[in-house]
Structures are given as structure tokens and as C-alpha cells.
Design a protein around this ligand. Structure first.
Ligand code: H79
Length: 418
């Protein structure tokens, strides 16, 4: 019985394990003000989250009108980047709904734009066969059941689950999750973001989701384990495992803990014209590799502009990642953590009997790989599909490689083993 349900869970996550790379989208009226999504309501004014008063923040929907919003263009960009799924903010902590919920007036269809932005993205994704999930924030600064909204949210943003109104808030969550799972076709993921709150009755929501859409994945941010864990803005130092790992060891497949790192391209989730600290393409590709080498998925965020476009600095990087993925995607998609975890100069991923060596620091002379147990029968550079000569002796593999790195971001060698 237990085994059977584990097998079913395994099966539900199969596409996710294969996909490896997704697009996160943080979009809402906050993008108008170049401030962080929701946090300016919750924390004192700061450089990190932006300087905007609560009334000013609350008034942003009155002028949210992203007339250039072209969801098909977003989906095409994600595809060109090599991303295999998208996760869209249906409701952030501010409580504003980017979908046409019946149960609130604080929503996209009450802005000058009027249209259901989520429904439009759903249609565009469906047309391209792109998986789409919804980010949904349990914290909700707008709902009077979540907190006493007569007070400033800086004082009670963590919610007030001991008030009798709390149960009304859980009912509201139930109604909205039901809308998301009954009106928008197949929902790939419900991406909770509960900020560690412990009073959301996760069993109730686990059950609701299973009833409405048995295949929808969930993360671990509503209080239950969900299908995967979610390091934010970092990559775990060691492979996430359900059992303690010896230093340098890799988990047995059944002990592996499925996971996803979410990360911004600059430093903010929402659009911010003042945040120009963009990670380089090389950095982003290497992070994707680092994540894959530990068996994870990479959910890379864009914060679209208030006009509805994705800024060129993001698009450029995504397209460059896509170019790299065209050549090297076989070393990412459908792979899991590699057998060699502490090489320094390279990362490894694995698929069946093939080990992919993602080389960051290209050697002068031969490429020497220590610690490989398996017998190598072929070494092939993915760029140009070039077979490379090699020797294997005394636990060391030596590969004859070109003098210069074939790819400045990372060069991948597929090692077929026996
Ligand atoms: O939606 C994005 C963020 O808004 C949200 N999750 C991603 C996907 C997020 N949740 N938590 N965080 C971001 C981390 C925030 C931590 C802090 Fe604070 C906020 C540090 C300082 C302010 C809260 C208040 C925790 C410590 C003090």
C-alpha cells in the first residue's frame, strides 16, 4: 500500500524530474512602482524592498494596465530558453489576485486592464504544450480573516491564526484554490509560499488538491512535505537526502529528496528598473548545472514590466541559456545527480549509464578525472559531437581534449560507461 502510493507519487513527478528548468514569473501592480512584491507592506521602508507607503501601494491597481502583455511571447521566450514549465503568481502576499477570483474585489479584472491575466497565460501555455503552475501565497495582507486589516500590516503580517476569523480565511483559500484548479485546465503545480506559517491546515489542502487534480504537484511551503522542497536564492551544499549522508557520498535513489531552487536574475522578484545587478549568462548556466548536478530543478525568475513585457536584460540571458541548452540539453534534461560531487573544476550529472562532465575550468593539457569507479567506453564532447581519446588506469581517467575550452560557459563531455 505504502509502496503503491510512493510509486504513484513518483509517477506524478516524472515530468518534473525530466523538465529540470522552469520560468518563475512575479507580476502584479507592484511592478509599476519598481518595489519588491508585497514586502514593502510587511517590513519598514528599506532599500532592499523599496520606499512606498501602504496607501500608495494599495492604490497601484487603479493604474495597472499592461497593454503590451503578450503571454504567447512569454511562453515562446521560456521555450527558447529551454525551460519546460512556468510558474505564475496568481496571488502574492499582498493578496492581489492576478486571476478573476469571484471571492475578492482586489483583483486584475478591477484594474484598467480588466482582463484575466492568468487565463490568458493558461491559453498561451496550452497552445505551446507548456506546463503551467500557479504560485499562491497563503499569507494575504488584504484579507480581514488573515489579520486585523485595521492595523498596519507591518504589525501583523505573519497572520493571526488565533482569531476566530482565521477559519474564514482558510475557507477563502479553499475557494480560491478550487477556482484555480477547476477553471484553468490542468495545473502542473500549486506553488505555495507560506513563509513558514504553521496554521494553514495542510492536510485539508493536500486532500483538496488530490481530489480536484490528482496530478498537480505541490511544494513544501504550506506546512506539509509536498512533492518537493524549495531552497530560495541558493543551491544546497550537498544533495538533499531523506537519510543523513556521509561526507562526499550520494544518496541511494530511494533516499533522494526531490527539490527545486528558485532564484532571481537580478536581486528582486518583482520588476525593478533600479536593480541592474544582473547575474551573467555564465553564472546562470553554471547555477543550472550546479543544481542539476545535485539532482534538483532550477526555477529562474523574471519580473515582467508594468507594460507586460519581459525586459531585454532578462530576455538576452534567457536566449543565451537556450543556445547553450540546444547543444548541451541532453546533459540536463532527464538527468539526476552525478556520481562525482567534489571535483572542483567540473560538475557531473547522470542518465542511465552515461555520466556528463560539465567542465568549468578547462585544463592545460589532458583533462584528468579522479575517483570514477565505472569503466568508460566512450568520451564525446557535446559541442560538435566530437569523440575524444582517453585512458583509464589506477582509478584515474585522462581525456585528450582541445587546447581551448569549446564553450566559455561550460563544456560538456558525455562519458558512456559499461
Ligand atoms: O515570492 C518571493 C518572495 O517574495 C518570497 N518567496 C519568493 C519566491 C519570500 N519569502 N520569504 N522570503 C522571500 C525571504 C524574506 C526574508 C526576509 Fe525578513 C524578509 C528577510 C527580511 C525581510 C521576514 C522578516 C524574515 C525576516 C524578517
Amino acid at each position: 500500500m505504502l509502496l503503491a502510493s510512493a510509486a504513484i507519487a513518483e509517477d506524478r513527478t516524472a515530468w518534473f524530474r525530466e523538465a529540470k528548468f522552469g520560468m518563475f514569473i512575479h507580476w502584479g501592480p507592484y511592478s509599476l512602482a519598481s518595489v519588491e512584491a508585497s514586502w514593502p507592506l510587511m517590513t519598514p521602508p528599506s532599500k532592499r524592498f523599496g520606499f512606498i507607503s501602504e496607501p500608495e501601494y494599495r492604490a497601484l491597481p487603479e493604474r495597472f494596465n499592461p497593454v503590451q502583455y503578450d503571454p504567447a511571447a512569454w511562453v515562446k521566450l521560456a521555450k527558447a530558453a529551454g525551460q519546460r514549465y512556468m510558474v505564475f503568481t496568481s496571488k502574492h502576499h499582498d493578496g492581489f489576485c492576478m486571476f478573476d477570483s469571484q471571492f475578492t474585489r482586489y483583483k486584475i479584472t478591477n484594474t484598467p486592464y480588466k482582463k484575466d491575466t492568468a487565463a490568458m497565460l493558461v491559453e498561451a501555455a496550452r497552445n505551446e504544450g507548456m506546463k503551467l503552475g500557479f504560485y499562491y501565497s497563503p499569507p494575504d495582507m488584504d484579507h480581514p480573516g488573515y489579520r486585523d486589516t485595521t492595523k498596519l500590516s507591518v504589525t501583523n503580517w505573519r497572520g493571526e491564526p488565533t482569531r476566530p476569523e482565521w477559519s474564514m480565511y482558510l475557507d477563502y483559500m479553499q475557494l480560491q484554490v478550487t477556482e484555480l484548479l477547476t477553471r484553468y485546465g490542468d495545473v502542473a503545480i500549486i506553488w505555495w509560499d507560506g513563509l513558514g506559517g504553521k496554521s494553514y491546515d495542510p492536510t485539508r489542502f493536500d486532500r483538496l488538491i488530490r481530489e480536484l487534480q490528482p496530478k498537480t504537484l505541490t511544494n513544501n511551503r504550506v506546512g506539509s512535505p509536498g512533492d518537493y522542497i524549495t531552497p530560495e536564492q541558493f543551491v544546497p551544499k550537498t544533495i538533499p537526502s531523506k537519510k543523513p549522508l556521509a561526507p562526499g557520498a550520494v544518496p541511494a535513489p530511494e533516499d533522494f529528496q526531490l527539490w527545486e531552487t528558485c532564484m532571481t536574475i537580478n536581486g528582486t522578484w518583482g520588476y525593478n528598473k533600479n536593480d541592474t545587478k544582473y547575474k551573467s549568462t555564465t553564472q546562470l548556466i553554471r547555477t543550472l548545472i550546479e543544481v542539476a548536478s545535485k539532482g534538483g530543478n532550477f526555477l529562474l525568475n523574471v519580473g515582467p514590466t508594468p507594460e507586460g513585457t519581459i525586459q531585454p536584460e532578462f530576455a538576452e540571458r534567457l536566449l543565451a541559456i537556450g543556445e547553450w541548452m540546444k547543444v548541451n540539453g541532453e546533459a540536463i534534461y532527464g538527468t539526476t545527480y552525478g556520481p562525482l560531487q567534489n571535483l572542483g573544476f567540473a560538475r557531473t550529472t547522470a542518465k542511465g549509464k552515461t555520466i556528463y562532465l560539465h567542465v568549468f575550468d578547462w585544463p592545460k593539457g589532458e583533462l584528468e578525472v579522479p575517483g570514477l569507479g565505472a569503466r568508460v567506453v566512450e568520451a564525446r564532447l557535446l559541442k560538435g559531437s566530437v569523440k575524444l581519446g582517453f585512458r583509464q588506469a589506477g582509478g584515474k581517467l585522462s581525456i585528450q581534449v582541445p587546447a581551448a575550452a569549446p564553450d566559455a560557459h561550460a563544456s560538456v563531455i558525455a562519458l558512456k560507461t559499461r
